[in-house]
Design a protein around this ligand. Sequence first.
Ligand code: 13P
Length: 339
Amino acid sequence: MTMTLEQVAQALVADNKGILAADESGGTIKKRFDSIGLASTEETRRDYREMLFRSTEAMRNYISGTILYYETLRQSAKDGTRFVDILNEAGSIPGIKVDVGAKPLAGHPGETITEGLDGLRARCEEYYQLGARFTKWRAVISIGKNIPSRACIVTNMHALARYAAIAQEAKLVPIVEPEVLMDGDHTIDRCTEVTEAVLHTLYAELALQGVVLEQSLLKPNMVISGMECPQQASVEEVAARTVQVLKRTVPAAVPGIVFLSGGQSDELATAHLSAMNSAFDLPWTLSFSYGRALQAAALKAWNGKAENVAAGQRAFSHRARMNSLAAAGRWSAELEKAA
Ligand code: 13P
């Protein structure tokens, strides 16, 4: 049965499930493996991702879709079963990151533009054939002295809109990810101002390119204090600010908003999501599309060893369940301890 783009977008945020972002590029996965002293090879990447994708409990109950890197989309588990088949079997829709990374933005020191539009149509068609049904593109906006520039915001949101239009033409649901980084000592006020400007520009650009909002999802940062800001906003304030900015900028036609974790601790990423879902009346579904906040504990428990696969899967299932509860607004710190 072929699902329509609307059905795929809705399925990705249905039933308090969320998305596993397992689309770390070669450089990023190496950094993650460095933290457990494991060399990044095709085989170790396969073993790690097989551990996650064969976490049947988590995949079946809490993970609606999984974002892959192109190596993984083509890769198979040790027994030869394609990862795409393992995911489909577990009810997790396979997706693919299609940008090729953030590169220096000419004339704007300290800022980047995400590349990958050249040849994108042909790549999207190939990814569809390989089994992907949705895509992701991440734009990066840094906060600092005199940045972000208007040029950086406009260029990146324009690229996101062009990507989304091409993805929809290739029958893939685009997730648009404009990430305002939490690095720096800026206040939550500054993050509010920048995130609002970014999302406002994004939805103007998406309209200009004719992107069908019902067939898309948004993956934003939460509105949060800079990591080095001495005055850290409370969970309630992060939830209230984030919802306020989203309500001001994201049309109700968008079926769902799936947050990135962005370097927040596992538990804070969960607490913030739960606070938004429990305290506010919202026009869209709010869920998660976490990378680090879903994987960090699992990576540590697995530690690159075959005998730890079950422990890694237990850690992953636990975080997935906590975040699914947060998507329902029903998470509490006591539930963490109970586990
Ligand atoms: P984090 O949740 O680790 O920020 O990763 C999400 C993601 O997909 C970044 O592009």
